[in-house]
Design a protein around this ligand. Structure first.
Ligand SMILES: [Zn+2]
Length: 270
């Protein structure tokens, strides 16, 4: 008799939010069992202090640092962390981050052997010129590109680039857990309701996420399937979104990039 087929591979790590600044999350991967339970990796440590406190309290050793883009609230803590832990620092190949030792871009893999974890790198420009995401084990670390029920501002890229980046993320499976960089969800839902007042899934999401915040819990990670149903920036072909964009512009557009650009502009002023 052959051995029975094992269940779907259990995650070898769990992901814990460590709060930084006012509303940033430093996503902290920690080994779930065995030898890996001694190790952790962090994504976008904008501040070192809360990470160092967490590692020391939990008796964890840092194994790697991953950065999604060059903004200080995502990379500002790296220099202090690498003084304490000499670990590889992964980050976007085409952005100026002095502390990155392993520049990566689309097609590269990032392995963290201590955690049994491996991620594919995706290029997702728009918020910054060479923003990247890390995707693996059903988890997406996407910095300030895709937010829960929203998306990042266009600081260095064009609407075309950002729309294409969001489309790339949208192509991932519905069960993907989205770990974005900030707790902006309730404000984003407020805007999404202005764009799509009749979206029933949005109303359900608002109730759930409001309860989470009232209980002091993060609304993250979100599920990509929920984003597809409620995030207006992933819904630029939906008639209701197109209609709202047209109302905002006072003009008729249907091209999804122009719809996207219109609602991104509207959100800036909302
Ligand atoms: Zn940013």
């Amino acid at each position: 008799m052959p051995d029975p087929v094992p269940p779907a591979v259990a995650l070898r790590f769990e992901v814990v939010p460590v709060s930084a600044f006012k509303d940033n999350y430093v996503w902290t991967l920690r080994g779930a069992a065995g030898d890996s339970a001694r190790y952790a990796a962090v994504v976008d440590p904008g501040e070192a202090r809360p990470v160092l406190e967490y590692l020391s309290r939990e008796k964890l050793e840092l194994a790697a640092i991953l950065a999604t883009h060059h903004h200080a609230d995502h990379v500002g803590g790296i220099a202090e962390l690498v003084q304490e832990y000499r670990v590889p620092v992964y980050g976007p190949r085409h952005e100026p981050i002095a502390t990155v030792t392993r520049p990566v871009s689309e097609g590269d893999q990032v392995s963290i052997p201590q955690l049994g974890a491996s991620f594919s790198v995706l290029d997702i420009p728009g918020h910054t010129r060479a923003h990247i995401a890390y995707y693996g084990a059903g988890a997406l670390f996407c910095g300030d590109t895709l937010f829960a029920c929203g998306c990042g501002r266009l600081f260095e890229g064009t609407a075309e680039q950002m729309y294409a980046s969001l489309q790339k993320l949208q192509a991932l499976p519905d069960a993907t857990r989205v770990y974005c960089g900030h707790e902006y969800t309730l404000a984003n839902i407020g805007f999404a309701k202005a764009v799509e007042p009749q979206n029933a899934a949005l109303k359900v999401r608002e109730q759930r996420d409001r309860r989470l915040r009232e209980a002091g819990s993060p609304t993250l990670p979100s599920m990509l399937g929920d984003e597809k149903a409620t995030n207006p920036f992933l819904r630029c072909r939906e008639p209701a979104v197109v209609e709202s964009a047209n109302k905002y512009l006072g003009a008729r557009v249907s091209d999804p990039v122009r719809v996207f650009a219109a609602i991104r502009d509207w959100k800036n002023k909302f």
